[in-house]
Structures are given as C-alpha cells and as structure tokens.
Write a protein that binds this ligand. Sequence first.
Ligand SMILES: Nc1nc2c(ncn2[C@@H]2O[C@H](COP(=O)(O)OP(=O)(O)OP(=O)(O)O)[C@@H](O)[C@H]2O)c(=O)[nH]1
Ligand SMILES: [Mg+2]
Length: 414
Amino acid sequence: MSSAFHIHIGGAGVMIGDMLWKLYEKEYNEATQNNYIYEEADGNHYPLALFFDTDDRKIHEVQRNKSIKYKKHSFLHGKEDASTYARGRYNDGREVTEQAIDCIRKQIETMSRLDEFVITCSISGGTGSGCLSFLSQVLNEEFKNKSKQNGFIIFPSSEMQNNVVGPYNAVFSIYTMTENFQSVTMFDNQSMYNVIDYQLELDFVDYQHLNNMVAQVISSYTGLRRFNNCDNSKFLSNLCPHPNMHYLIPSYGKMTLINDYARTELQEKQFIQYLTKKKCQLYQSLLFRQKQLNPFFGQYDLTLNNLDHCFGQSSNIFQCAASNYQVLPEFAQMKLTGSYFSNDASITSRFKQLRESFYKIRQKRAFHSQYQGEGLEDSEFDEARVVLQRLEEDYNSVSSIYNSQIENSNNYEL
Ligand SMILES: Nc1nc2c(ncn2[C@@H]2O[C@H](COP(=O)(O)OP(=O)(O)OP(=O)(O)O)[C@@H](O)[C@H]2O)c(=O)[nH]1
Ligand SMILES: [Mg+2]
C-alpha cells in the first residue's frame, strides 16, 4: 500500500495545507484510494501530514477547524518568525525543523510504502526558505531512493514584492530544491490574481482564493492516485526528462461555468488550447522571444494539435476522473476544470531576473552581515548564485539541442 506524506511549512505553506485538506475532505467519499493520503483506523481517517512554522498564529488557525481529525503530532511551531533564510536554516528555525523531522519519522514508521513527500511553502519568507532547505536535505539523505520530494511552491512575484530579502531567500532555496527535489511546481501570487480576474468576475480576492487555486492543482495531481489509482510518478518523470530541470509552470482553467448559458462548453481540444494560453498560467514565465520554437512548449503544443482524442492517446495527458469539488463558494461556479503543467524553457527569463535582484542586493552588501551573523557562510552567497546560473545554462543548452533537432527535421520534410 503506497502513500504520500504532506508537509506544510511557514505561513503560506500552512494556509495552503489548510485549504488542501478541506478540499480532500470534500472529495473523501468519491475517492477510491484514500489510503494514499490518510491513515485509516477505528473507522476514522487521519491526514498523513505535518504542519510546521516558526511562529504559532497560522498553526492555531488550522487547529481551530475541528471537522478534520488531525493527529496530535501533525502540528509544530516555535515562538517567532524566522524572516531570513539564514535564521530559518541555521538559527532559530533549526530546532523546530529538527523536531519536525522527528515527527515525520514517527509518522512514516507506520506506513508500509512511502512514495512521495508533497511539500507546500512560499520561499520568500525565512521559514519557507530556510527550514525547507534543512528539512529537504535531511529527507534526501534518509529517503533518497524510496521517496521523492515534490514541491508546490510560491515564488516571489516580480510585481508584488513585499519582502526586501525575498530574492535572497528564494535563490538560496532554489539551490536546495534543485539538488533534492524531483519536481517543483511554481506559483506566484500576482499571476494567480490575474488568472482569477480573467476567469471569474469576483469583487474581492484574497489569499484564501489563491490558496484554493493551489489546492485545486495539488488535488488534481494526487487525484490521479486517489480517484483513478493511476501511477502519478509517470506524470512527473515524463515532464522532467533532464536531471535538475524539474521546474514546472502550472495553468488552471474552467471548461465552462455552471450558469453560463450563453457560452457553449468548450470542446476538449479547444479547452486544452484555452488552458495553454499565458492568461491561464499560475506562474508568469516571461514571454520567451526567439525565432525558433520554444523546445518544450512548442513540441508539446504540436503534439496537442495533432491529437484526435485527448485522453489515453498520449503519455502526456492524464485525466483525474473526479467531480469538481471546491472549498470556497465563489469557485463552485466552475463546472469542469483542467490543470496544465509545462516544463517550459521560458522559465530561464524569470531565473535570470531573480539572479539579478539577488546580485543587486549582494553588490551593496545589504543584509550581508545579518545573514552571516545568523550562520550563513560567505561562500554560500556565490554558490547559490552559481547554481542558479548553471540551471539557466542547462535549460538554454537543452533548448538549443531541441531547436537544432526541429530545424533538421523541418529541412528533412522539405
Ligand atoms: N498564496 C499565498 N501567499 C502567501 C500567504 N501568506 C503569505 N504569502 C506570501 O508568502 C510570502 C512569505 O510569507 P510567509 O509564508 O508568511 O513566510 P514564512 O515562510 O512563514 O517565513 P517567515 O514568516 O519570514 O519566517 C509573503 O511575502 C506573501 O507574499 C498565503 O496564505 N497564500
Ligand atoms: Mg511566518
């Protein structure tokens, strides 16, 4: 019997987890493989999850919800925010992360087979970046060959930056996620606001709506296992054929609205075209401007255009056969929905932007002594930047190999 263990870290990670388990709870009666995410005992089901944060506020908010039977040791918190990566990883955050790892060990001892860790957090804060990094390194050392780490991560948004050290925290975390994760599905808050604006005319949108959207994407992913008993490891291995290049851009959209009588339902093919529009992306990769086709996106798009049937005919299209449950009533008007994951070379433009913001702060040596005082070695600044630069180069080099293959095959056809 295989399972997934969910880890929700830091303020954003914990609140996304809260929304996700509310959604899982609604889906419980329809899912056939609930033991993938729950421990079932004495006629009850207990989430296989850990929520942890360096401060207690968000944790108490989740605990207030008594309708879900969380285990006692599913929650852990410290006394105060970490704020910086260094503090989360080496300083105050260290103790709570060590306790968290003990809790995880205890919980997974009872499982016969653990397939994956599903991790949620935002990497612009100190807890989501620093505690995550230490945790994921330890998990990788202990479980590397058995259980993969798959992250659903909020990246700093280029337009909505509310934390000056966000680029520092994010770049240090990318270093760890590149080494230890099987996949990282990227979200940014501004893009999610835009997607909601584009698809639903709501008067008011807050973090709860964004978290509901992230929860939908995660639920569709684990839903492959829970509803269809389909091996979702294939889903990610198809998408991430190259080591390290495992950064995915998700899109989310509706096929139709419940009361939208004027508009007919989109056909499956049209729906995929709609979903692959930039306006449906939950992470804004910048427009990738080059003459040749974008290697990943372009090829994938071509495959989709040539499809007669959407499901079952391509190893890249999966169907999570389940009703569309939603936690927030505003989202319930979406009838059929889809999530689209793309491993897209346009991501390099965002990595470059992040690396430049990191470099600007570093050049001024701003916050430098603070990070050092909290335990970061001077060399780690440069190592992190180099890892990010190497990742960009990897994407670019694969991109040029694909482009030359496409050019060659075009010449051959002529
Ligand atoms: N989508 C979403 N984003 C959030 C939420 N809460 C905070 N954020 C964003 O995530 C960033 C990091 O905030 P937190 O997750 O609270 O930070 P943390 O990981 O707890 O780290 P520290 O509090 O700095 O120790 C913020 O700057 C916000 O942009 C949330 O509930 N949902
Ligand atoms: Mg916090």
